[in-house]
Every structure is written in C-alpha cells, then in structure tokens.
Design a binder for this molecule. Structure first.
Ligand code: SAM
Length: 282
C-alpha cells in the first residue's frame, strides 16, 4: 500500500465500529440484524439508499449478474443491490476494519452467501480479466489521484459490454471545500476531478459514456431534509437517530457542514456517470 492509500485507510479506520453499529440497532453480540434497520448508517454517500438505487436503476442487472463494488465501505450499497436484484456482489475496500464490518453485517443480515468482501486497492484489483458484468463506485474517486489507473483496472475486470456506474463528488466550480470533508481530513488525500476528466480517462480505458447527470439539487434537498428531521427530533427532546456519524467519527458534523457549504457555493457536486466497456483500452 502506498503512502496516500495508507493515509486514506487511516482516515476511515475506526475502532469498535461493529459494536457501535450493533448497539445502535439494538442487536446483542452475534445476533441477527435487520438490513433495513441499518438504512441511515451503512450508505456512506450523499442521498443514502435512494441514491444507490437511482444509480443502478436503468442498468441490465439480473440474478445471474456478478457485480463488483469498488470502495464498498461497510457494505451498505452491496447489501442493498444484492437484496434488490438477487445478484452476487463482491466488495473491495482499502480500509481493513470496513471490510471486516462489511463481512460481519452481511452475515448477520442473512446475506452471506450472495456477498463477499476483500481488502484491496481499486488500483490493483485481485480479480481475473472479464470477471464482472457491472462495477459500481460510490463516493470513492475523491480519494484516488490516478483516475486513469482507476478506469484501467475497472475496464480490465469487466466483460465486454459491462458497465461501470460511478457516483462521486466532483469538481463543478472553481473553489475548493474547507476541510475536513467526509472523505479527507485535508487536501493531501482529496483528489476532486471534473466530470470531463473522468470521461477522458474512461475513454482511454475503452469505455463510452452512456449517462452523465449532476445531482446538486438532490444533494441540497437531502441535506435540508436531514437538518429538518434533526431539528424536529431536538424539539421533541429526542437525540439524533443513529446515522453516518457512527462511521464518520467525532468531527462528523464539521465534515457534513463543509461538504454542504461547498455544494451550496457551486464548487463541488455529486455526479452520476455510467460507462460501457466497448473496446480494449489504449
Ligand atoms: C466515502 S466512503 C464510501 C463507501 C461506500 N462506497 C458507500 O457509498 O457506502 C469511501 C470508501 O472508499 C474507500 N477507498 C478510498 N480509496 C480507495 C482505493 N484506492 N481503493 C479501494 N478503496 C478505497 C475507503 O476506504 C472508503 O471505504
């Protein structure tokens, strides 16, 4: 693992995460966990489960499909996609604790057979050429400087005609966010790129672009809705519901505030891009 990757894994790594999650959903040691009860906790990207379903909505996914979720975090998108489509999903992630939490949560939600998780880098995928029908990448590219390498590896492990579905925070204006943001404590591990840079790197790797859509308005609605729900609970004397703060750590509020401000200012926005592998890479 290179210096940047070690730093990224350190940023996300958290002690006692599984125990905190199990406690938040009221599951004792080793007890089964209801996948839907994890809803606010295990989708580490803007828009939660709805954004995952929107991303893969128009794609030809069947129960026979094998999907690779690159940068799978604690496995929420993988569990949701497997539950909705019946497909087999393999997740890979740099952060060792996330991979072990993903495995254990999937076992305890009863999905262990359809899901597997491996600790690995997106830039060096431990799979044969042409192994997957679809690869997904949700809020991961912001940590990866080498977008060409990212696209090259994704293209390599996809079969001809396979799709790569990306939902990343991208640079859409000229300013930078203040730090920390959810993916980085400072600029050293933040590599925001424009949609055009993703498309150029994808084209070099042998992909054609079949869909691109900026989701700024949806992101602002998502954060406004979240603020309103938190305010309602506070007014009723209730604590915030268990959510991504369990995964993001003590400075979760500052990370979300900086992210929201940069989206409001038009510097950055989440963007969906779908690519289809049409030919061997250059
Ligand atoms: C913001 S989280 C998103 C997790 C997940 N995709 C989701 O939406 O719930 C970013 C994840 O990308 C992983 N990641 C960052 N750089 C990576 C790389 N080079 N290879 C593999 N995983 C990486 C991190 O460890 C982290 O789990």
């Amino acid at each position: 693992m290179g210096d940047i990757e070690s730093e990224v894994a350190r940023h996300y790594g958290a002690e006692g995460l599984l125990e905190r999650i199990a406690e938040a959903v009221g599951a004792g040691p080793g007890q089964p966990i209801d996948r839907e009860a994890l809803g606010q906790i295990d989708e580490f990207h803007i828009g939660g489960a709805a954004a995952t379903l929107r991303l893969i909505g128009g794609l030809p996914v069947m129960a026979e499909s094998h999907i690779l979720d690159i940068g799978c975090g604690i496995g929420g998108p993988a569990r949701l996609i497997a539950a909705e489509t019946g497909a087999r999903v393999t997740g890979i992630d740099l952060t060792e604790t996330f991979v072990s939490v993903a495995e254990e949560l999937s076992r305890r939600t009863g999905q262990g057979e359809r899901l597997s998780f491996v600790c690995a880098s997106a830039l060096d995928l431990p799979f044969d050429d042409g192994s997957f029908d679809l690869a997904t990448l949700l809020h991961v590219g912001m940590n990866i400087a080498d977008k060409e390498g990212l696209m090259r590896e994704a293209a390599r492990v996809l079969r001809a005609g396979g799709r790569l579905a990306i939902y990343d925070v991208m640079q859409t204006g000229s300013g930078a966010p203040d730090f920390p943001v959810p993916w980085a404590a400072d600029a050293a591990t933040s590599f925001l790129a424009r949609p055009g840079e993703y498309a150029d790197c994808a084209a070099k790797a042998g992909f054609e672009t079949v869909h691109e859509c900026q989701r700024r308005e949806e992101a602002l609605d998502f954060f406004a809705d979240r603020r309103a729900r938190l305010a309602d609970r506070k007014a009723s004397g209730l604590p915030p519901p268990p959510g991504l703060n369990l995964v993001m750590g003590a400075d979760a509020a500052a990370k979300i505030a900086n992210l929201t401000t940069a989206i409001e200012q038009g510097h950055i926005a989440p963007v969906e891009m779908i690519f289809r592998k049409t030919r061997p890479g250059a």
